[in-house]
Structure formats: structure tokens, C-alpha cells
Design a protein around this ligand. Structure first.
Ligand SMILES: Cc1cc2nc3c(=O)[nH]c(=O)nc-3n(C[C@H](O)[C@H](O)[C@H](O)COP(=O)(O)OP(=O)(O)OC[C@H]3O[C@@H](n4cnc5c(N)ncnc54)[C@H](O)[C@@H]3O)c2cc1C
Length: 403
């Protein structure tokens, strides 16, 4: 089946009123209102996603020349943190969409097919999902078993995709696969698949401890007779190193910062209320709060420094592919994912039973369950072992203000 990427694009719609922060805050209000129901029912955060589309926040990273707003990674990270305070699942959907879009924006500009796709993403606010995880490979992003099978100018692909967040709701899936049937498992490409071009047969249901609203079910993904132009020609190894690694670790980290900062705010409000009850006395939880605030600041510094390094390296493939840059990004992920869990736990110990109970102004159960996914989402051990390999050949500079 051939499907044209776009026959006619809708006329450009102007961005809604207010700056990006104002638009994200309006989405966050919607997301917060439904966050408990999304978690309890393990359902897609449909209200938040509708609000993201209404605020046209799915297209902001697309270059202005293609109908977007040319938003930077730092601007998107800020929005991830705002949403993370309201609903972790909605924030993660937003982050994952922009991680995928970063690969298109960084590596798709020399492909007419992918440029038209980006115009559609901005115009129609299409939602992008990711399929890297595969049965038999697990979270090993840099290997695939499934392969693109080319026949003439079309291809077919069958993938046992064991986790695709919001796969059933996405308009587009970017999937990794081997370049061809004889290719090595590490010789991968990234393929753009429109929802109406593929079949998805559900193979597992996402009934999890936390992040329940990402609806990350397993699917047997099948595509047939699609134009070869939909395969990004650049090796996935370069896409991973130059855009996906940075976008994943920095935007995930920003979501986790949002969750953690919400927890610390709850703990601060609790301690302040205690202090008002007994003037002149420092409540016992204040010391734990100080520790949590201390760690939150360290977490923020790590994410912000990573964003600054990324913005400085952006557009320079050598800098983005440098060993030191990869190690820095790996360290951001492994550090902040552990800090996020620790901070929410500390906040919970400050508010005590009021945080452990659901339905109080200080409840932190949902945030704790959600944030426990952070060290597992590409397992920290897997990332650390990658860093260990890189360290075997890295030359350290020992400088404070540069790599
Ligand atoms: C909320 C959420 C959303 C997700 N959404 C998506 C999505 O949209 N698309 C997608 O493709 N995937 C998604 N994933 C999956 C994710 O990206 C990882 O693939 C997955 O979390 C890894 O699962 P795993 O622990 O079974 O696999 P593995 O990474 O294979 O790890 C299994 C075990 O092996 C150990 N291990 C593996 N390799 C090493 C190593 N080299 N050194 C030491 N120990 C090692 C780990 O410690 C771990 O205990 C999502 C995950 C989460 C939590």
C-alpha cells in the first residue's frame, strides 16, 4: 500500500496566545486535574494531549521554515518540567514525542519526504511514538533483530515491539530496524511509519506500578509496501549519538525534575504549616526538607549543565559524537534518575502518613511510583556499562568549565 505523506496541508494556524510557559501552564492545569484518574485507570492522558494539541505544543520544535516555531531543546525541557509537576505520564508523552521529533529535525532536513512529514507534524499536531525496544533485544537501543526488507522502491517490516508507549494513540511511529536482512544487528536505520500505513496487534498490556498513563503496551508491528523514502538514510548509530541520546536523557531528566520539584514543594508546604502551628519551633521535618532541597538543586544543576553543553554542541556533528559528550549525557541520566527517586522518598518521609495516603493535599504515592521508572527506563546498569567501555579510551581534560 502506497500512502502519500501529505496531499494537501491545512493552512498554517497561528500559535495560541502567550509565551511557551503560559501555554504549558494551561496544559498543566488540565493534566493535573485528570492525573489521578489517568493513574488509577491506567489510561492515556487524553485531556492533557488534547490540550497540548490545542496549544500547538507538538509542533514547536519543527523549524519555522516548515511551519513550526523552532523551539530549542532547553525551551522544550522547561515545558517537560512544568508538565512533570502536574502529570508524569502526560509529561513523558510530551517528552517522548519531542525526542523523536529531534531526530527528524536533526537528520531529516535533506529528505523531501521527511520535510513534508515535519510540515504535517506542525500543521496537524501529529503525535509521534518510538519503537526501539524489541523482543530478544530488550532495552539495547543499538541493536535490532527485525530488518527492513526492500523490494524495488518499497519495503516491508515486521517488528516484535515489546514496548511502544501510546502506540495505539500515536499518529506516527519511528522504529529502529536492521538496514537489510543480511545486515549486522548494529547496522540500523530509523523508519517513519504513519499510523494508517501499519497494523499493530497488541501482544501485552501495560499494567505497571507507575507511569501507568503512558500505555506502553507491546505490539506486533507490521508494515508492507511502503515507500523506501520513509527510511532515514543516515545510520541510526549517528542519529542515536547526535540527537536521540541527548534528547532522551535531557528531556527525561527534565520530566523527573518536574516530579521531584513538585514533591519538594509539597514537603515545604507541610513543614511551613507545621511551623505555623508551633511558632518559635523548627519542625522536625525541616532538616529532611533541607536535605531534599539540597539534592533537588544538585539535580537541577546537572540537567541545566547538560542542556548548556548540548546547546553549545548543537549543529556540530563532531562535538555531538565526541566520547566525552556521550559520557556526560550518560552521567546525566544515571545521576538524575537516582536523585529523582531519592528526592521524592525524602519528601515523603517529611510529610509522613499524609503523603503515603491517597487523596490528601500532600499525597506523593503516585509521584513515587512514577519516578521509580527512571532508573529502569533504559536500565542504569546498561548505561553504566556503556560508559565503562567509553572510559577505556577517553582522555580527561580535568577542566571545570569545558568538556
Ligand atoms: C515509562 C516507560 C516508557 C517506555 N516507552 C518506550 C517506548 O515508547 N518505546 C520503546 O521502544 N521502549 C520504551 N520503554 C522501554 C525502555 O526504553 C527500555 O527498553 C526498557 O525499560 C528496558 O527494559 P528491560 O529492563 O526489560 O531490559 P534491559 O535493558 O534489557 O535490562 C534487563 C536487565 O538486564 C540488565 N542489563 C542489561 N544490559 C546490561 C549491561 N550491559 N550491563 C549490566 N546489566 C545489564 C539490567 O540491569 C536489567 O536488570 C519504556 C520504558 C518505560 C519505563
Amino acid at each position: 500500500m502506497h500512502v502519500e505523506v501529505a496531499a494537501a496541508l491545512p493552512a498554517a494556524t497561528p500559535a495560541p496566545a502567550g509565551d511557551l510557559d503560559a501555554r504549558a501552564k494551561r496544559v498543566a492545569e488540565q493534566a493535573a486535574r485528570h492525573a489521578d484518574a489517568v493513574d488509577r485507570e491506567g489510561r492515556f492522558p487524553a485531556e492533557a494531549v488534547a490540550a497540548l494539541k490545542a496549544e500547538r505544543l507538538f509542533g514547536i520544535q519543527v523549524p519555522r521554515s516548515l511551519g513550526g516555531e523552532g523551539a530549542s531543546m532547553s525551551e522544550i525541557a522547561e515545558l517537560c518540567a512544568v508538565l512533570g509537576r502536574a502529570c508524569s505520564a502526560a509529561a513523558m508523552v510530551f517528552a517522548m514525542h519531542h525526542i523523536k521529533l529531534a531526530s527528524l529535525v536533526t537528520h531529516g532536513l535533506d529528505s523531501a519526504w521527511h520535510c513534508t512529514l515535519m510540515e504535517r507534524i506542525a500543521a496537524e499536531q501529529m503525535l509521534i511514538a518510538s519503537s526501539t525496544t524489541e523482543a530478544g533485544i530488550g532495552g539495547d537501543l543499538r541493536n535490532s533483530l527485525c530488518a527492513v526488507e526492500v523490494e524495488g522502491d518499497t519495503f516491508r517490516l515486521t517488528k516484535e515491539a515489546s514496548v511502544i508507549s501510546y502506540g495505539a494513540q500515536a499518529d506516527l511511529i519511528l522504529a529502529t530496524a536492521r538496514r537489510h536482512k543480511e545486515a549486522a544487528t548494529s547496522d540500523q536505520v530509523l523508519v517513519a511509519l504513519l499510523a494508517d500505513q501499519i497494523t499493530l496487534e497488541r501482544t501485552s498490556v501495560w499494567d505497571t506500578l507507575g507511569m501507568r498513563g503512558t500505555c506502553s503496551d507491546g505490539f506486533l508491528l507490521k508494515a508492507e509496501g511502503l515507500p523506501v523514502a520513509q527510511v532515514l538514510q543516515k545510520p541510526f548509530a549517528e542519529i542515536a549519538a547526535q540527537s536521540m541520546l541527548a534528547a532522551s536523557h535531557l528531556l527525561w531528566g527534565s520530566v523527573w525534575f518536574g516530579i521531584s520539584s513538585y514533591a519538594v514543594d509539597r514537603a515545604r508546604a507541610f513543614v511551613q504549616a507545621e511551623a505555623r502551628k508551633k511558632p518559635g519551633q523548627v519542625p522536625p521535618g525541616a532538616l529532611r526538607l533541607a536535605e531534599a532541597a539540597n539534592e533537588l538543586q544538585a539535580m537541577k544543576s546537572t540537567v541545566v549543565a547538560g542542556l548548556a553543553r548540548y546547546e553549545a554542541a548543537k549543529g556540530d556533528p563532531d562535538a555531538l559524537s565526541a566520547i566525552g559528550f556521550s559520557i556526560m549525557l550518560n552521567n546525566v541520566k544515571t545521576t538524575v534518575s537516582v536523585q529523582a527517586v531519592d528526592i521524592v522518598q525524602r519528601a515523603l518521609s517529611v510529610v509522613g502518613i499524609m503523603g503515603y495516603k491517597n487523596g490528601t493535599p500532600f499525597s506523593l504515592g503516585r509521584q513515587l511510583r512514577d519516578v521509580l521508572s527512571a532508573p529502569l527506563m533504559i536500565n542504569n546498569d546498561r548505561i553504566l556499562s556503556n560508559t565503562a567501555n567509553l572510559l577505556l579510551v577517553q582522555k580527561g581534560s580535568g577542566k571545570l568549565l569545558s568538556a
